[in-house]
Design a binder for this molecule. Structure first.
Ligand code: C2O
Ligand code: CU
Ligand code: CU
Length: 495
């Protein structure tokens, strides 16, 4: 990614100077219904300490928590949520009114909640234009007619999603089902939802964000469920982690390590059992896991071999969490079922249409990025992607930029067909795809159901999607929130 000096005021914190591993990893509490199936969740400003030795940081959070409370729902059991905006009238972070949808004449504080990965009617989907202001609320119903999966909810207000997210408006939304129950995966205290995200913190511990739009927000602090360099006191037994890359634009490479050195990534094996939209066909042993913004992974890490030892979770080469495994007899040897969810590959022949859709960035005369577009179209231009309900399409995401973009479609789950490098010059001259290498199939852990796909630079990434569920207006966008906010988002309509 390109880097530009952001216009920041206030001194930045140097997290390396803090004592590490003095705060326990928090686990967000469960969302509690008012009565069965009905929730009321209020967004408020609150203070929380990200580290023992820092003053409290002002955040925005659902139920005054960030991450917000974890929803745990059963597949097939509908819920309704009243999302209440009890935020102050002044934004926690500077709003850039030059960004589309965040103009001067609009209120600075606007929210709307989207459950990422949920198959919901359009009016409950958290369309970015359906925002509401402090004192107001929005009611959504979630039918939850879908497989068990680790979804997440987050703000989606037009032109300020990146700011509302940095402020803290996100949380886990777990759907469970009988099939998942039958697998007897680690549960209760042994299942940990884990949001990982970077934040730019000032010396005084407060959040910082550039005054004017940047294409690339990079924090100086990596938070795990709201803490900087936390520790986890674990038992010598398997744990299930529901991982979520909740950063605005950071790509993570996660691993477990026996050392805390910053020279090499870790190499301790773990099992991945699920991706964005639920369980994989079979568990897969991995040592490194790449996670782009908006992507989730369901992993099982057995701490039994580390009884009495300390190990680390790393991002790239850097330790971000310490895991203290208690001594003692490891619990009975654990093994995962050899097969998980049966996942039928959608044959390409099922597609009634193939759409070629470009990802493009634009610069001003000084080479500074100004905005980004999907298929050359601004958000407010008429809908061009209008798949028929229950039809299957192939979307070829043609990335003309020099960076990868995590592309997310609302409403649906899809499968990745392949990624293939193409000749950018030939495209520029003729508008035709001339491939310059073989098609690369998805990695094994990406071969399940997805809702967010990494579209690599100067590759054509093909996904196959069945537009199931509901007719109506949805959006698709880049999940780098800086990109999404600055026009890398388009409405689409299921007809
Ligand atoms: Cu996770 Cu449209 O978003
Ligand atoms: Cu979404
Ligand atoms: Cu992007």
């Amino acid at each position: 990614m390109r880097h530009h000096a952001p216009d920041l005021s206030g001194l930045s914190l140097n997290p390396a100077a803090l004592t590490k591993y003095v705060d326990a990893l928090p686990v967000p509490e469960r969302a509690q219904p008012l009565r069965k199936g009905h929730y009321r969740i209020a967004m408020r400003e609150f203070q929380a300490k990200v580290h023992r030795d820092l003053p409290p940081t002002a955040f925005w959070g659902y139920e005054s928590m960030s991450p917000g409370p974890t929803f745990e729902v059963r597949s097939g059991e509908a819920i309704t949520v009243e999302w209440v905006n009890n935020l102050p009238a002044k934004h926690l972070l500077p709003v850039d009114h030059a960004v589309h949808g965040a103009e001067e004449n609009l209120p600075d504080v606007r929210t709307v909640v989207h459950v990422h990965g949920a198959k919901v009617p359009s009016e409950s989907d958290g369309n970015p234009e359906r925002w509401f202001v402090p004192g107001r609320s929005g009611i959504s119903s979630y039918p939850n007619r879908q497989d068990a999966a680790g979804l997440f909810y987050h703000d989606h207000a037009m032109g300020i999603t990146r700011l509302n997210a940095v402020a803290g408006l996100f949380g886990h939304f777990l759907i469970r089902d009988a099939f998942e129950d039958s697998l007897r995966l680690p549960a209760g205290p042994y299942e940990i939802p884990l949001c990982i995200y970077d934040r730019l913190l000032q010396l005084n511990g407060q959040l910082q964000y550039p005054r004017s739009w940047t294409d690339d927000y990079n924090g100086n602090a990596l938070l795990l469920n709201g803490k900087l360099f936390p520790f986890l006191a674990a038992e010598p037994r398997p744990y299930r982690f529901r991982l979520l890359n909740c950063s605005n634009g950071n790509f993570f490479l996660l691993s477990f390590a026996k050392d805390n050195l910053s020279l090499v990534p870790g190499a301790e094996p773990f099992q991945i059992i699920g991706s964005d939209q639920g369980l994989l066909a079979a568990p897969l042993e991995m040592k490194k896991l790449a996670l782009t913004p908006g992507e989730r992974a369901d992993i099982v890490m057995d701490f039994a071999p580390y009884a009495g030892k300390t190990i680390y979770l790393k991002n790239s080469n850097f330790p971000i969490m310490q895991i203290r495994v208690s001594p003692g007899e490891p619990t009975r040897t654990f093994s995962l079922p050899a097969r998980l969810r049966n996942i039928a590959r959608i044959p390409e022949s099922a597609a009634v249409k193939t759409r070629e859709l470009t990802l493009m960035d634009y610069m001003d005369a000084r080479g500074m990025p100004t905005h980004m577009l999907l298929n050359g179209a601004h958000y407010s231009m008429p809908v061009t992607e209008n798949p028929a309900l229950n039809s299957t399409e192939i979307w070829t995401l043609i990335n003309l930029t020099q960076e990868a973009h995590p592309i997310h479609l609302h409403l649906v789950r899809f499968q990745i067909l392949d990624r293939r490098p193409f000749d950018l010059e030939a495209w520029t001259k003729t508008g035709k795809l001339v491939y310059i290498g073989p098609a690369i199939p998805p990695e094994a852990h990406e071969a399940g159901w997805k809702d967010t796909v990494r579209a690599d630079m100067v590759h054509a990434t093909r996904i196959i999607v069945r537009f199931e569920g509901y007719k109506g207006r949805y959006v698709w966008h880049c999940h780098v929130l800086e990109h999404e906010d600055n026009e890398m988002m388009r409405p689409y309509e299921v007809i």
